[in-house]
Ligand binder design. Sequence first.
Ligand SMILES: Cc1cc2nc3c(=O)[nH]c(=O)nc-3n(C[C@H](O)[C@H](O)[C@H](O)COP(=O)(O)O)c2cc1C
Length: 415
Amino acid sequence: MKRVDDFRLRLGKKELVPVMTGGMGVDISTAELSLVAARLGGIGHISDAMVPTVSDRRFKTGFVKEKQKKYKYNVANRDKSVVQFDLVRLAEATKLHVGRTMEAKKGDGLIFINTMEKLTMGSPRDTLRVRLSAAMDGGIDGITLSAGLHLGSLALIEDHPRFRDVKFGIIVSSLRALTLFLRKSARLNRLPDYIIVEGPLAGGHLGFGMDWVQYDLKTIVDEIHRYLTQENLNIPLIPAGGIFTGTDAVEFLEAGAAAVQVATRFTVTRECGLPDKVKQEYFRANEEDIEVNLISPTGYPMRMLKNSPAIGAGIRPNCEAYGYLLDGTGNCAYIEAYNRELDKHPDEENISVMDKTCLCTHMRNFDCWTCGHYTYRLKDTSRRLPDGSYQLLNAEHVFKDYLYSTEHKIALPAE
Ligand SMILES: Cc1cc2nc3c(=O)[nH]c(=O)nc-3n(C[C@H](O)[C@H](O)[C@H](O)COP(=O)(O)O)c2cc1C
């Protein structure tokens, strides 16, 4: 009976353990978590979501304060179009986050960064160019393009000296999205080095509509696999979304996948950035406590725990400090929803906004508890302690469980 460790992922000249920990935005997939995956010979993702904020927390820098101070005069203004990121500072924050992570890397694995196109930051092209270039300057091993079609992303950085050396991959949820991207990247003679196929059971934003339940990861992977074979394209395929046991992973590897990307099982590890109290919420969750909703201002459906404090909260938009989801004209769907409620209830001190959420603020404060579909199985991966809480896991334990488990068994942590 095969185990994940019987397989290897080939990326260029490198041979890797075929497990990738997925990017989990705003420092849920911390540097510490990615470093464990790399130390054990796999690939660990950090995320480039809200890096100035993450850097402030990690290195006591003052990027957010500086921006907030600059735009303080605009806080009560409904029009946020003046709010812009200082591109020099953005590059500094990204280089710091990436550079320090890379300096700490040990072992044969790699560290990649997950870069979301939907983080439009008031100036989509300029900020994306800076984030991608600064990550390469910081020494990142690879960049995973996510949350968007990324049709113009590679062209933004084609002149960077590391353009052909850094590994590039894209996350897609359909063959159609992949073919659009491949057409663009063929024009630059820079095909992706790997393709992550994310199915409907993943955490974070979904690349499906609210009809996500009708889709199935295996079917999409098979379709993309057939397409690549037919086109003679030898690009490693990496399924993600609901791969909960080593055996789930082996089934994909035996069917031709090159590796798997996993995330949910790591949300309850010590190295994960969520506060311990929130990790207990993930452990306790039952299937009916998880929903896919449309409150993200990005417009993509997002899966989360129903008791996330972000749902229904009516805080004032915090774009002067954050503003990561402002589009090129300074708009965000939350601002519109908030202003609508404010106009309806002008005398109320605390308003509630049900249809959208201030995702920047709530992700920053770990109040939007986004999670994978199988979060309700996390309780079976640990031990219940006498006080009713669950024992946190080590990332190494979870990683190795993926590598060595058979027959869908899940190893419990040592007591
Ligand atoms: C808490 C959480 C946050 C996530 N945040 C992001 C993100 O910021 N960007 C992204 O591309 N994917 C994100 N994902 C998706 C994961 O990277 C991964 O592809 C997916 O969750 C894998 O499925 P699994 O969680 O069932 O293992 C997130 C997943 C989780 C659980």
